[in-house]
Design a protein around this ligand. Structure first.
Ligand SMILES: C[S@@+](CC[C@H](N)C(=O)[O-])C[C@H]1O[C@@H](n2cnc3c(N)ncnc32)[C@H](O)[C@@H]1O
Length: 186
């Protein structure tokens, strides 16, 4: 990850999580929380527990500290390799899953299946990633950077239903999308 302040300059996390339907009473699982910018924004909008997972202990510590500074008591920042070991949350237990800037990993469909497993029927998935554009100041190399159409196909392969693309007007370099685990009361 680049320097924390530099990374933060690319996003308006409050705007992004709100636009991607991350709010309400249920638990949220964030796959790869990094410095916790989106963790804190989401934790302010939900009354359930915000499970922020990362393989890197420094990122977990940064997230826990950011949540404490914000006075949030509903953040569980946990060190976890969710590719090797799964996310550790029970089946159908969450109302929202976040896959933000992570779908360039080697096995995106496996990760999407893990997110799907944890969501209750009707639970939502928010995805963002860097636009596929040479001008972006950061982001994975274009060779491995997934386009939104590709991410949508992967998510559908994992069982999700497409809800909508979301224009992240608050953030120039990223696209956003909302999907849903089918079922629930609609
Ligand atoms: C590019 S960063 C994005 C962080 C955050 N979602 C954001 O957008 O600010 C990806 C994060 O995923 C974490 N990560 C990558 N592979 C992982 C794995 N297998 N298990 C847990 N975390 C992982 C990295 O340590 C890193 O913090």
């Amino acid at each position: 990850m680049p320097d924390e302040a530099y990374w933060e300059s690319f996003f308006n996390p409050d705007c992004i999580v709100g636009r991607l339907d991350c709010y309400g009473p249920a638990d949220v699982i964030e796959f790869g929380c990094g410095y916790g910018h989106f963790t804190v924004a989401a934790a302010k909008l939900v009354t359930g527990t915000m499970y922020a997972l990362d393989i890197d202990p420094q990122m977990v510590a940064a997230t826990a500290s950011r949540a404490a500074d914000a006075g949030l008591a509903n953040v569980a920042a946990l060190e976890r390799d969710f590719i090797a070991d799964g996310c550790g949350r029970p089946d159908g237990s969450a109302g929202y899953a976040m896959l933000f800037n992570i779908l360039h990993i080697e096995e995106p469909v496996a990760l999407l299946r893990e997110a799907y497993r944890t969501l209750a029927p009707g639970g939502k998935l928010g995805m963002i990633h860097w636009k596929h554009d040479d001008a972006t100041p950061r982001g994975p190399s274009l060779a491995i950077r997934p386009r939104p159409e590709q991410c949508r196909r992967w998510a559908e392969e994992a069982g999700f239903e497409y809800v909508r693309d979301e224009d992240l007007c608050c953030c120039s370099w990223h696209w956003g999308m909302v999907l849903q685990r089918p079922g629930g009361r609609g």
